[in-house]
Design a protein around this ligand. Structure first.
Ligand code: SF4
Ligand code: SF4
Length: 367
């Protein structure tokens, strides 16, 4: 017996699959499963986080409903993933609160910061909010750079701390030695697999969504979102280096590196999340864990709003709309940071860690 009903169900399915093995070429889950004869809680959580939810094993399965074996690997592993994320979250109480009210909490957090920044500016100089500000340092008339850096630095450090605690809990649960996470060949293999979403392709044909015709749309939209996020992060890092190393203050010209990276990333963060939400709306609900859609929707929404508000700020930064748009963008980014450890963002972290372990296991099998 396992500690939860979902773990029991996942154990039942993996036992059936381990006898059948028809799906072993579809993804990493089945080869990892075949390396085991029995499944501890941590093994099942590892397999759940290795699954990319492509849906192929449901469509291909001769035992999927209405068969009496009722084998539904994608939906069961999706629900187990969400359960594991809640168990690993730090502090855990915030996770269950967020799972129930993710969208509301994200919006309240964003609005609170917008109000704070607006109040801060209005208290110092109300004219700042209505004026047109251009040239180096224009953004900091709303809020001094040091205050902005302190506010966002604190939110970022909190997110890093909470994510690191979650990763530690996952790593302990699956019983993997700490050294694997710093093992270069395993890390490199996992980076290659995660970077091209190797296991979101249904064994080479694409994802299954609304019907039994696979497509690559989810992978394309996921790539746009993921690389959009990375480009925006790179833009912020380069702008920070400009500020502290080169004493160059934002905003920068449209051709300058932080703006180019931020613009490309912003486009990815608008198109990718819209595409993912559209695909999700069309997807066969039998393939999904509908119970955790709040976490999912909140993260996708915040990514989309980050992209939209960033691009709007770029377009209207030399008008009187700059103040409100900057406050809005900062509010959304702040909310994204502090909700990241409790929303769908964590799937990237745990899935990557699972891929590192899988790469290590594959190498050991080959030796
Ligand atoms: S999902 Fe179905 S077809 Fe695939 S391995 Fe499991 S039991 Fe076999
Ligand atoms: S849904 Fe796709 S990734 Fe997940 S176990 Fe099935 S085939 Fe593998």
């Amino acid at each position: 017996m396992h500690s939860t009903a979902l773990l029991n169900e996942a154990d039942r399915l993996m036992t059936v699959c381990n006898s059948c093995r028809y799906c072993e070429g579809l993804c990493a889950v089945f080869p990892a499963m075949e390396m085991r004869r029995a499944f501890a809680d941590g093994d099942l959580n590892y397999l759940a986080n290795l699954c990319h939810a492509c849906g192929a094993c449901y469509t291909d399965c001769q035992f999927s409903p209405p068969h009496e074996f009722n084998v539904n690997v994608p939906a069961t592993l999706a629900a187990l993933r969400a359960e594991s994320w809640a168990a690993y979250a730090w502090p855990r109480a915030l996770s269950s609160l967020f799972a129930r009210n993710g969208v509301a909490i994200s919006i309240i957090a964003a609005v609170s910061v917008v109000v704070f920044i607006y109040g801060f500016a209005a208290f110092n100089d109300p004219q700042v909010l209505r004026g047109i500000h251009t040239g180096p340092g224009a953004f900091y008339v709303l809020m001094p750079h040091n205050a902005m850096a302190a506010l966002f630095g604190a939110a970022f450090l909190y997110a890093i701390q909470a994510l690191a605690m979650g990763l530690r809990a996952f790593w302990r649960d699956i019983g993997e030695p700490t050294g694997t996470l710093t093992n270069p060949p395993s890390l490199w293999q996992a980076m290659k697999d995660a970077g091209r979403l190797r296991y979101l392709d249904g064994g080479g044909v694409g994802c299954f969504n609304e019907d039994e015709r696979p497509t690559d749309r989810r992978r394309v939209y996921h790539h746009l979102t993921f690389y959009g996020f990375l480009l925006c992060f790179a833009s912020t890092c380069v702008a920070t280096l400009y500020h502290y190393l080169l004493a160059r203050e934002a905003p920068y010209a449209w051709w300058d590196l932080p703006v180019v990276l931020g613009t490309l990333g912003g486009i990815g963060l608008v198109v990718g999340p819209i595409g993912l939400l559209m695909e999700k709306a069309k997807r066969d609900t039998a393939l999904m864990d509908t119970g955790s859609s709040g976490m999912d929707a909140a993260f996708t929404l915040m990514l989309f709003l980050t992209g939209v508000t960033g691009l709007a700020l770029l377009v209207w930064r030399e008008t009187s709309a700059m103040g409100p748009l900057l406050a809005l963008h900062l509010g959304v980014v702040f909310a994204l940071f502090i909700t990241m450890p409790y929303g769908k963002f964590v799937h990237g972290l745990y899935r990557f860690a699972a891929l590192v372990r899988y790469a290590r296991e594959r190498r050991m099998m080959a030796e």
